[in-house]
Write a protein that binds this ligand. Sequence first.
Ligand SMILES: NC(=O)c1ccc[n+]([C@@H]2O[C@H](COP(=O)([O-])OP(=O)(O)OC[C@H]3O[C@@H](n4cnc5c(N)ncnc54)[C@H](OP(=O)(O)O)[C@@H]3O)[C@@H](O)[C@H]2O)c1
Length: 261
Amino acid sequence: MASSHTPWRVVWITGASTGIGRTLALRMAGDGIIVAVSARSADKLNELAQQSPNIRAYPLDVTDEQAVAQTFATIEQEHGPVELAVLNAGVWHPMTASQYDLAKAKDSMTVNYFGVINALAPVMRAMIARGTGHIALVASVAGYRGLPKSAAYAPTKAALINLAEGLYADLKLKGVKMTVVNPGFVATPMTATNTFPMPFLVTEEVAVDAMYAGLKRGSFEIAFPTRMMLMMKTLRILPYSIYFWLNGKIASREPPDTPTA
Ligand SMILES: NC(=O)c1ccc[n+]([C@@H]2O[C@H](COP(=O)([O-])OP(=O)(O)OC[C@H]3O[C@@H](n4cnc5c(N)ncnc54)[C@H](OP(=O)(O)O)[C@@H]3O)[C@@H](O)[C@H]2O)c1
């Protein structure tokens, strides 16, 4: 049974084998929520499910449209309605202009955007039919504006923010909440190999505190940490002349490019 202070009985989290998704799953399961966890690494999901009787593993590749729809149906058959879906699976391929790698750029959009809408479509359909539910898309503050090294990643997150904004009012009329989560830098396997400075880096635990509290409030946007969010929102409103001058400063601090093959 979910404890009295949690609004959901069943939650589905994609991208839960490591990082933010895994830590969120553990936190929610500790509060008595049944948490269905998905990602490709079945071994990691099974290990995670050993940590709590409330965690159930549903391995999948979010880019496989049919597998995603089938998994969602199976979770609902086995546990009842998914009341919150956290569509969190994502990949990060950093690259400068001279390193631009088309396959990795396409993979970014395939996982980060198409992987999300593969789940969003059946989840939204079920929640609209029930007249209740909550969907959270995990984007990034990198989606606010074009950024150096993020030519493959940031557009996928900008697309998610735009998608969430576009669906919010319509879903609200139908009883369904939409949230977009915009983390700054979080120390997870995704950022472990970054060689550049990561301002205001937070731990998974701090990220999940902010995310869980925002989800419980039902906020539209959950952006953290506050200083990173404010810095990125300020950059968003700067005129191009100043913005590109700052961008140039950041780009010139980087070591010389190694063009990819
Ligand atoms: N860390 C940060 O600084 C940061 C900042 C802003 C936004 N975010 C976003 O937060 C989300 C979680 O990232 P994280 O930092 O926790 O990174 P992470 O530890 O690398 O987790 C990414 C998760 O996505 C899963 N995944 C990747 N490709 C998948 C696929 N094709 N199908 C199913 N699952 C897939 C991975 O599992 P498998 O490899 O097992 O499939 C893993 O569970 C991502 O959307 C990321 O863009 C992170």
